[in-house]
Design a binder for this molecule. Sequence first.
Ligand code: NAD
Length: 498
Amino acid sequence: MSATMTALTPCPMFLDGKWIQPNISSTPVFNPSTGEVIAECPAGGAAEVNAAVESAHAAFPAWRDTPPMERARVFFKYRQLVEANFDRLCKCVSREHGKTLVEARGSIFRGIENIEYACGIPSLLMGDTLEIARGVDCETMNQPLGVCVGITPFNFPAMVPLWMFPVALACGNTFILKPSEKVPLTANILVELLQEAGLPKGVLNLVHGGRECVDTLLRHPKVKAISFVGSTPIAKYIYETGTQHGKRVQANGGAKNYIVIMPDADMPKTVEALSTAAFGCAGERCMAGSTALTVGAAADKLLPSLVEAARNIRVGPTDRTAQPDMGPVITAAHRDKVTSLVSGGEKEGAKVICDGRGVKIADAPKGFYVGATIVDHVVDGMNIAKEEVFGPVLNVMRMDDLNMAIELANRSNYGNGAAIFTQNGNAAREFKQRVKAGMVGINVGVPATMAMFPFTGWDESFYGDLHIQGREGVQFFTQQKVVSTRWFGGNVGDVWRK
Ligand code: NAD
């Protein structure tokens, strides 16, 4: 344990309806605003995972047989409790992740929308019915899978878990949540509140840990489905290992999202949207607009005010009353990775026109800060052009025309988001038709989808068949049964026909 820690926040697991603090090794959880250790996250292994799976497996039959309306009622109550605990959740997200309170609030609202979507499960689970031949009826039923697992990243401690477990549970599955070991504390509150809402014992379990924990979940014979969100190498690993072990897997990966700026774009609005897309949540978003593709004269019209806007972004600690515009990144190691990618780009010939490296925060000298950074004249092939930086860094790449911009964006291995800023309908249409990305924005910098639409990453941003959220999310957590029915004996029909 670190010598800098003060009073640690407890970080128990929730197994079979009980909070337990196993006596096992742990990893430090930081407050990235100050660099202090605020908790120790237990590194769960086979013992904890097995206990969670057995509990979820035992709880499944009774929960599956609970009618959808009754299951939905738990989520109506849950929504109220999350709202009543809104400030507490926001503060926890802000403290362990470093989001500003405004950003934390936005992320919890997005999570609440997923709870609201789960409240509609009675309608979402309804099947179809048709008389397929004389006296023969056919109907579809949507039934749960069994024990499902959610493995989540550090960058949205509440929202991403809420993408998963409300809908999975409302569908009648039982669930094991394994949050990021870098931000385990918000998940504890989310689980506590769902118990308070009346969820039966064993229906939701919470395990903490890293690779060992994940590996046991991926191979456990009683686990039916895995929902994963994180970086691309791990998403690929989860998909391959999970499917090899017979599980249904949806695995969201990393991203590199392009924003095309046409010379006719509304520049003041574009500056505002681009700086939010690039620097919001300190750039730690899978939908961050991390590369601006300026077409023709757009660069000269855009960059002076964009640089000014970036220089005005106040960076600082997010755990106090006076809030900055942007908080820290998650760890010291991540800060160093971000700044070294920028320095590498500079060595390869790019120009840093707004430099957030080495930013000093007087009242939080040990926090993990990078200021807003803009790297101009990035060209295809540079490391900074390829790697997901995941920090407050915007690359600018200069394009001759829209065609060149679309072709460049389409060479990326990723395919999460892409956006265009223009006032020309033809250009917007051409872009939306041809760009290789699952979520497209037209004059919208962060076209992240909300609860009722699927989160449609393509290529190396997603492994699987059914995406998270929306109807695809419901399909992922259910299996269809088709029932054909014929009743013998004609008496009742004869009476009816008379
Ligand atoms: P990560 O891949 O390091 O970790 C994600 C989860 O996987 C964590 O729970 C972690 O404990 C586990 N994990 C890490 N290494 C593992 C290993 N070797 N074996 C098994 N499990 C392992 O991701 P992160 O750094 O926490 O999150 C940032 C990444 O997530 C970025 O790449 C970002 O783009 C991506 N992300 C994607 C989406 C999306 O919807 N596409 C959303 C949010 C974040």
